[in-house]
Ligand binder design. Structure first.
Ligand SMILES: NC(=O)C1=CN([C@@H]2O[C@H](COP(=O)(O)OP(=O)(O)OC[C@H]3O[C@@H](n4cnc5c(N)ncnc54)[C@H](OP(=O)(O)O)[C@@H]3O)[C@@H](O)[C@H]2O)C=CC1
Ligand SMILES: O=C(O)[C@@H]1CCC=N1
Length: 268
């Protein structure tokens, strides 16, 4: 079994390490972070090995997962370079930093990229994964094991696919939560208690998602199943269509992609 280390022990590392700890011996999962309280919780919850400082343990890692925020990545990698296992590889989950740039910061070390999302925290992640052609098959298999422990993994043909995954399932949970907030507000405005409004909004999205997954039907068919001719749903959908919800989502995804391009240019 391989040894994997997470550089950064924040939200996403916690999600991935927590899922992985159910699939492999947790002591083979290492996490470093500068917040001892996060490390203590990771060790207590999952039994993973935690570190407050870099050291010889890094030299034994087969896979190092780069899980710090993009703006702190370069500084975080500098002290790591001299400790890297020459037989290993890196997997970056950072948005907006290209593999080639990371490879340069890591002194030529092989780098794969992935874009997970926060539902990974409950094992329901949707993650995009891409590996350059010169990565070993062992490294690819290890990276996929790490990612699959937190949900579905979709392999991308090229690195640009990772940007699209970032703008759809990566940021997407925030789009859905924003929709839920709006639905909740529509309830409280009409006199529902906050608890009832929250329960109704949550139940709507949860039930719709489970129905969509289990039925496998096209979303359009599922929408039609709800929409009785001359009924209430049709009137509500008229409002959403008049505001051009397709155009709104398209612009939202485009804005996320534009920001990704700006970030990439910043780090190049
Ligand atoms: N959140 C999301 O939905 C998604 C995030 N991502 C990507 O995942 C990465 C991590 O995101 P997330 O988990 O949300 O971030 P967090 O800020 O929650 O986690 C990063 C952790 O690493 C610590 N850290 C930073 N630099 C160092 C260092 N040099 N040594 C030790 N610890 C360090 C941070 O401390 P401090 O806070 O003090 O900096 C923090 O505790 C990002 O690159 C992001 O782009 C990808 C997909 C989805
Ligand atoms: O907002 C961000 O930049 C990160 C990447 C995808 C989700 N969160």
């Amino acid at each position: 079994m391989f040894e994997v280390g997470f550089l950064g022990g924040g939200n996403m590392a916690r999600a991935l390490a927590g899922g992985l700890a159910k699939k492999m011996p947790p002591e083979k999962i290492h996490v470093i972070d500068r917040h001892p309280e996060k490390l203590e919780k990771l060790a207590a919850d999952f039994g993973v090995t935690v570190h407050e400082a870099l050291g010889e343990w890094v030299t034994k890692l087969d896979l190092i997962v780069l899980a710090v925020k993009p703006q702190g990545m370069k500084a975080a990698l500098e002290p790591v370079v001299s400790l890297l296992n020459p037989k290993g590889a890196a997997l970056s989950i950072a948005a907006g930093i290209e593999a080639q740039v990371l490879r340069g910061w890591l002194g030529g070390y092989p780098v794969m990229r992935a874009m997970p999302n926060t539902p990974a925290m409950v094992g329901c992640g949707t993650t995009g994964f891409w590996a350059p052609a010169d990565i070993s098959s062992d490294a690819v298999a290890q990276a996929k094991t790490v990612l699959a422990a937190a949900g579905d993994v979709v392999e991308m043909d090229d690195e640009a696919g990772i940007d699209l995954v970032g703008a759809i399932p990566g940021s997407g949970p925030a789009y859905v939560f924003r929709f839920m907030e709006a639905l909740e507000r529509a309830g409280t405005r009409r006199g529902l208690s906050p608890e009832a409004a929250k329960a109704l909004a949550l139940g709507t999205v949860y039930g719709a998602a489970v129905l969509a997954r289990e039925s496998g039907e096209p979303f359009s068919r599922l929408r039609e199943n709800v929409t009785s001719k001359g009924g209430t749903t049709a009137k509500a959908l008229e409002v959403m269509n008049a505001r051009d919800i397709d155009e709104m989502m398209d612009e939202a995804v485009e804005a996320a992609l534009k920001r990704t391009a700006e970030m990439k240019a910043l780090f190049r």
